[in-house]
Design a binder for this molecule. Structure first.
Ligand SMILES: Nc1nc2c(ncn2[C@@H]2O[C@H](COP(=O)(O)OP(=O)(O)OP(=O)(O)O)[C@@H](O)[C@H]2O)c(=O)[nH]1
Length: 598
């Protein structure tokens, strides 16, 4: 279980930008990999024993047997020859020095802060007062607000109320207010060891409080599935609710590939939010697995939050080139398909996202009315997840529909996934941002080694392989003289460092794994398609995490044939029977038009 406050257990030394973090915070603790010891996985991967200690040059790029550059972004620790194993396919066995490169870590200070894209977002909570008032829009929306009648307007209460999320609702629970918005794993749960070394006494920045309207009364707890088409902003919504960028976000549709839990304590309610892959018309086995993960989450959820957006359609032109006046906003045809698929027996809330792109907010009302005719939603909330506008109201609404019951997670718990899961995701996130066309969809990341520091001052050591399907994609990913890989590596490493709260050495390889998106065993090796998602109690999540560990070991049994491929990216024509409407987005459909976003 990734915890908000446990990050300190891995702090190896104080960082200038984080006063108050003490070196001893990183206690010696057997790392996950060390605990795994002579795990079959590591043994079977063959001759990689000295990887990371081979005296490689800082930040060096390497050239393998086939003359293809292999690039790592690390510090003075180079991999040895790599052995057999699925993650090593295409990775050259040897390591030829390309020449000493400057220590890329040293470049951190000078380079643009890629975190700024997500992490360093302005405190929009403070902006709330000044923002365009979506409440006004909300007042007019055709939802159940009128029926709620007796409920006091939570927004009116907001200003005066202290942050009582979680702690107040849970007797004996520690206050959450002063904890950093970062996460850590391996301190709880099956992967987490004992939690030894966790420090809670250092001063921490206080997150911006999110007042909750109903901090007294019976506690409520339940699972909430965020469902919708690709790219509507489900992950952004989860991150806004969590107040930290846990889930990866990009303009590329189908960024999210499996259900991701984010635990939010909101007043007297505990929301186990599940970000899910965007439902689409799949053309690959991966697409089917992703859709199933989303459906599974919806089936298990106590409350479904159906997310859509108000992205304007691209302006069309007549034959003579004159633009056709934009039609009024209407429900997306794909939404009609998806909504008809949702079980009628549970609360469904509609969240209309990206209202910030609407210059004229009057366009919103007809859209909300039109959605209201499609289904009798239990609530309708227009939001801008990116600006964190309307998020509190979404949480309020969800909380109302959760069943009464005790909390199932600690107030510091964030998610059930281990840090290595996020290490892979954050590498993939940078690929999504740095590349385009077919590469983002054809890329997957596996973590070959995740070793925690053994002593203060040491870094978490991560070896990861990026799998693509074709040689051409591999070339794109590596870039000229490894420039692309270096860029991806630096940005991903920084993101992971934020997550673990300490130094990270990240080494990346690129492997061609033909047709991995069509192969069930390959998908499982890469972590897709295993049981995950919308479990309804914490125990089940623990079991899922154990399954992860077993699956890591099972990786060893995967065959290692073929290191190159030149297959076509998409197997055309095959469509999911349940979602074969033309109106749904396809796999690999193009990215959001830049014009659609401000
Ligand atoms: N303008 C604007 N853009 C947003 C908002 N929320 C999300 N986006 C952008 O929309 C794109 C998709 O966001 P995601 O959160 O990845 O969407 P998703 O629904 O999780 O996407 P999938 O992973 O494809 O299912 C990103 O470029 C976001 O920055 C918003 O409130 N306003």
């Amino acid at each position: 279980m990734l915890s908000r406050r446990a990050v300190k257990s891995r702090r190896a030394e104080p960082r200038a930008e984080r006063p108050g973090r003490e070196p001893e915070a990183a206690r010696e603790r057997p790392s996950h990999d060390e605990r795994a010891g002579a795990s079959p996985q590591r043994e079977s991967r063959g001759p990689r024993p000295e990887r990371g200690r081979g005296g490689g040059r800082p930040g060096e790029a390497t050239r393998g047997a086939k003359g293809k550059p292999r690039v790592e972004e690390g510090r003075g620790q180079g991999p040895g020859p790599r052995g057999k194993g699925p993650a090593t396919k295409g990775a050259p066995p040897g390591r030829g020095e390309r020449g000493a490169r400057p220590d890329t870590r040293g470049e951190r200070g000078a380079r643009p802060d890629t975190r700024g894209e997500r992490g360093a977002r302005p405190d929009t909570r403070g902006e709330r007062g000044a923002r365009p008032d979506t409440r006004g829009e909300k007042g007019a929306r055709p939802d159940a607000r009128g029926e709620r009648g007796a409920r006091p307007d939570a927004r009116g209460e907001r200003g005066a109320r202290p942050d009582t999320r979680g702690a107040a609702a849970r007797p004996g629970a520690p206050a959450r207010g002063g904890r950093p918005a970062t996460t850590d794993d391996l301190t709880r749960g099956p992967r987490g060891g004992t939690g030894a070394g966790r420090r809670t006494d250092a001063p921490r920045p206080r997150p911006v409080p999110r007042p909750a309207p109903e901090a007294i009364g019976p506690s409520r707890s339940g699972t909430v599935a965020l469902i919708g088409r690709p790219n509507v902003g489900k992950s952004t919504l989860l991150n806004a609710a969590l107040q930290q960028p846990l889930s990866i976000v990009s303009k590329t549709p189908q960024t999210t590939r499996d259900a991701l839990l984010g635990v939010v304590h909101h007043g007297s309610a505990e929301l186990a939010l599940l970000d899910t892959p965007g439902l689409h018309r799949p053309r690959t086995q991966l697409g089917r697995v992703m859709n199933e993960a989303a459906r599974d989450a919806a089936r298990r959820a106590d409350v479904v939050v159906f997310v859509t957006d108000v992205s304007p359609r691209p302006v069309k032109h007549k034959e003579d080139g004159t633009p056709i006046a934009p039609r009024p906003l209407l429900p997306h045809p794909g939404d009609l398909v998806l909504l008809s698929d949702l079980a009628p027996d549970r609360p469904v809330l509609l969240v209309v996202n990206k209202v910030d792109v609407l210059r004229d907010k009057r366009h919103l009302l007809p859209l909300l009315e039109a959605y209201g005719k499609v289904r009798n939603f239990d609530a309708v909330v227009p939001v801008s997840a990116q600006r964190e506008d309307g998020i509190t109201l979404v949480l309020d609404e969800i909380a109302r529909f959760l069943p009464e019951g005790p909390f199932r997670y600690g107030v510091d718990d964030v998610t059930d996934k281990p840090a290595r899961y996020f290490a892979a995701e954050y590498v993939r996130e940078q690929i999504l941002r740095a590349t385009q066309d077919e590469v983002p969809h054809a890329a997957a990341v596996s973590i070959d080694r995740y070793a925690e520091p053994r002593a203060p001052g040491q870094a978490v050591q991560i070896d990861a392989t990026i799998h693509v399907e074709r040689q051409g994609q591999k070339r794109i990913l590596i870039g000229t003289a490894g420039a692309m890989m270096k860029r991806i590596g630096i940005a991903a490493r920084e993101r992971i460092e934020e997550l673990v709260g300490g130094k990270v050495v990240l080494r990346l390889w690129v492997a061609v794994t033909p047709d991995w998106r069509e192969s069930v065993p390959r998908l499982e090796e890469l972590g897709y398609g295993r049981a995950r998602g919308g479990a309804t109690d914490a125990t089940e999540y623990m079991i899922v995490a154990e399954r992860d560990a077993e699956a890591d070991e099972a990786d060893d049994t995967a065959d290692d044939e073929g290191d190159e491929g030149d297959e076509d990216l998409d197997a055309e024509g095959e469509e999911d029977e349940d979602l074969d409407e033309e109106d749904l987005d396809d796999d690999d459909e193009g990215t959001l038009d830049e014009d659609e976003e401000e």
